[in-house]
Design a protein around this ligand. Sequence first.
Ligand SMILES: C[S@@+](CC[C@H](N)C(=O)[O-])C[C@H]1O[C@@H](n2cnc3c(N)ncnc32)[C@H](O)[C@@H]1O
Length: 241
Amino acid sequence: MLDKKPTTIGRMFDRIAFRYDLVNRVLSLCIDQTWRRITVRNLAVEPGDRVLDIATGTGDLALRVLQSEKTCRVVGIDLSQEMLAIASFKSGRRGFSDRSFFVNGDALLLPFHDGVFDKAMVAFGIRNMNNIEAFLDELHRVITVGGRAAILEFSLPSNPPVRRLYLVYLTRILPLVGRFLSGDDGAYRYLTDSVREFSSPSLLREFMRKRGFDLIRSRHLFFGIAHLFILARKQQPTEMI
Ligand SMILES: C[S@@+](CC[C@H](N)C(=O)[O-])C[C@H]1O[C@@H](n2cnc3c(N)ncnc32)[C@H](O)[C@@H]1O
């Protein structure tokens, strides 16, 4: 079992924060940005929306939302101070400081009142959480009834030859390139292991339904290397008169 304690995860991302964006672009050949674009399009942010970006990291998803809808406001939350510092810097450079706010905190104990966000999203973060169901409860709690959430995460392709090929990349090439570019051995080994051991999309769908979400969309991206879920917090059952 991988160590997914918040302090361990936060420190690991602190160590690689400076090189995180570069390594992402190289390892994914920039496809990660296409996935984030698809995620934002499916989230359908509306004017004035309050959006929460959970495990915001260096803020790439948050910035896409701020760019796509000029009157929404975004709060990004993450365990890693160093990742947040970069997110905040990038947001300021793009002129989004007055509509973005970055806070240090744990996705399993979100420091927000119930139902304060119209939309919420998490990209490549849910895999790092040590209790997926507790996280889904928190996600459900902080969005408004009928509000939408997007979850983007790595998955393993189901087609056997593609899966075999991808596993070679994941276990042999990715850790080497990650270590070379970031100077950190453990973080990119952790990436490989966490992708391999993470729950399948079908199990995640099951969890999501059980935790009170309607599943609006569930789709593979790039041969199943990633998966996008679009959820809505269920309307409250109508009271009997
Ligand atoms: C792979 S990065 C993804 C960052 C960003 N969402 C992106 O698309 O590039 C994962 C991020 O999740 C954060 N994270 C992991 N577990 C978390 C938790 N329980 N609460 C808040 N942030 C968490 C890490 O600190 C890290 O910045």
